[in-house]
Ligand binder design. Structure first.
Ligand code: SF4
Length: 230
């Protein structure tokens, strides 16, 4: 056939079938690890689980959905695992080298903030939503930047411009996953807190969780106690 020796064609076929079989086994292994970790407080083989999940995301999610695990649960679990791996690295970065990014859907519908291409949506801490408290906490801790993201390319642009050493992102599960993968590709420790209620407006986040992560690794003795205004 086209001058290719029959033995080579046979070998290529065997390699192809072998690769499919290997992918199938790794997918099932990923499914098993996700199922095990869904019921544990302390994650089992988190790095292996994440590598398999990232490599075989779609078939793993399809199988898990078939056994009754909702897509949101799977995405949140993968973010929890990713955060567990990243937390020790994020914690060691001093706050003055950290940035935090918040989604604009968390804002009050009557948010008076102005938008700038350089600084995003500039929160005036009016007290109508939780972001004002997060911004104050970031300033008290000495974060190099606390931003409200006005558009999809903003984070990439600001990170390239100012060069933080770690990033905290608050976002829906899809954006948090994409953001963490992007920042990991840049070699930056990243931590996320996913929204409890997603959508275009009036979204909800666990404010205590956000404040807890913002404070990770920080000396908090001189910092006023956390408080959420809205
Ligand atoms: S606290 Fe900030 S983000 Fe929230 S509504 Fe007021 S100005 Fe807008």
């Amino acid at each position: 056939m086209f001058g290719i020796p029959e033995s080579l064609v046979l070998l290529m076929g065997q390699v192809f079938v072998g690769l499919i079989g290997l992918s199938f086994i790794l997918t099932l292994l990923g499914v098993g690890l996700i199922l095990i970790n869904a019921y544990r407080d302390r994650f089992f083989l988190p790095r292996a689980t994440l590598v398999l999940f990232t490599s075989f995301r779609y078939p793993i999610k399809a199988i898990l959905r078939m056994v009754g695990m909702p897509g949101t649960t799977i995405d949140r679990l993968s973010l929890d695992i990713r955060n567990t791996i990243q937390r020790p690295f994020f914690s060691t970065v001093p706050p003055e080298k950290r940035m935090a990014f918040f989604p604009q859907c968390l804002r009050d519908l009557k948010c008076p903030a102005r938008t700038s291409p350089e600084y995003g949506i500039m929160c005036s801490k009016c007290g109508k939503c939780v972001i004002g408290s997060f911004k104050k906490k970031g300033e008290d801790l000495g974060y190099m930047g606390v931003y409200i993201v006005p558009g999809s390319s903003f984070i990439k642009r600001i990170v390239k411009r100012d060069g933080p050493s770690a990033v905290l992102g608050i976002a829906c599960t899809a954006d948090a996953t994409a953001g963490m993968e992007m920042l990991e590709a840049y070699g930056l420790p990243a931590h996320s807190v996913y929204l409890l209620k997603e959508g275009c407006v009036n979204t909800v986040v666990d404010a205590d969780r956000v404040l807890e992560i913002m404070e990770l690794g920080c000396e908090t003795e001189d910092v006023p106690p956390s408080g959420v205004a809205a």
